[in-house]
Design a protein around this ligand. Structure first.
Ligand SMILES: CC(C)(COP(=O)(O)OP(=O)(O)OC[C@H]1O[C@@H](n2cnc3c(N)ncnc32)[C@H](O)[C@@H]1OP(=O)(O)O)[C@@H](O)C(=O)NCCC(=O)NCCS
Length: 174
């Protein structure tokens, strides 16, 4: 398990002079904080073992943002899925964005942008050829964020969420 120093990323330090934010790889000790941010900011909850399995399997692209007190105030996690290629029977790897959230009081500082750009670079280690994600059709902040990264809407997944809301399925080629 890496220390803060080991896992801290380059070019990721301050977003605001008053509240320096560190972006770094998540550790096991961060998971409670990640879960707290998820529960506060998103209606989708996951059990602890789900976060742990993502961290065990895809640690490179599981990042957290921490404030000056060391509290987790943001996270991003991806998994890698093998799916058939459109052109052949070969299986190809896709990076699937599982979840991203920034605590309300730290929004519009560029933290999600930093989490996405760092993790999209780091997940290449898993030899993916495409990034994919689902987003609620009414989640305009997130849709704008993904469009900034050149994600395109490919389809609508009807009633994708438990409450019945539809999702946009968005993809971005490497
Ligand atoms: C979506 C979310 C992660 C963005 O986090 P953030 O750190 O505030 O985002 P950034 O500061 O990096 O903003 C990047 C871009 O996203 C878009 N964006 C962010 N918040 C927005 C808002 N309230 N309205 C419109 N666009 C917004 C903008 O294009 C923004 O670029 P700009 O500031 O240059 O205009 C954050 O709002 C959040 O945690 N929401 C709740 C959880 C969630 O919905 N996660 C996504 C699930 S698919």
């Amino acid at each position: 398990m890496g220390t803060d120093k080991d896992t801290r990323l380059k070019n990721s330090d301050t977003f605001n002079d008053n509240q320096p934010i560190i972006i770094r790889r998540s550790t096991l000790e961060d998971l409670e904080g990640v879960i707290q941010v998820n529960e506060n900011e998103l209606p989708e909850d996951y059990p602890y073992f789900f976060y742990k399995s993502i961290l065990d399997n895809y640690p490179e692209s599981f990042l957290v943002g921490c404030n000056s007190k060391g509290e987790v105030i943001a996270y991003i996690m991806w998994r890698v899925e093998k799916t058939p290629s459109i052109n052949s029977l070969k299986l190809v790897n896709k990076g699937h964005l599982v979840s991203i959230a920034v605590s309300n009081q730290y929004r519009r500082l560029g933290i999600a942008t930093a989490l996405l750009s760092n993790s999209m670079e780091r997940i290449k280690k898993y030899k993916i050829n495409e990034y994919v994600l689902e987003v609620r059709v009414t989640n305009y902040p997130a849709i704008n964020l993904y469009k900034n990264f050149k994600f395109l809407t490919r389809s609508i997944k009807e009633r994708y969420y438990r409450d019945g809301e539809n999702a946009y399925f968005m993809t971005c080629k490497l």
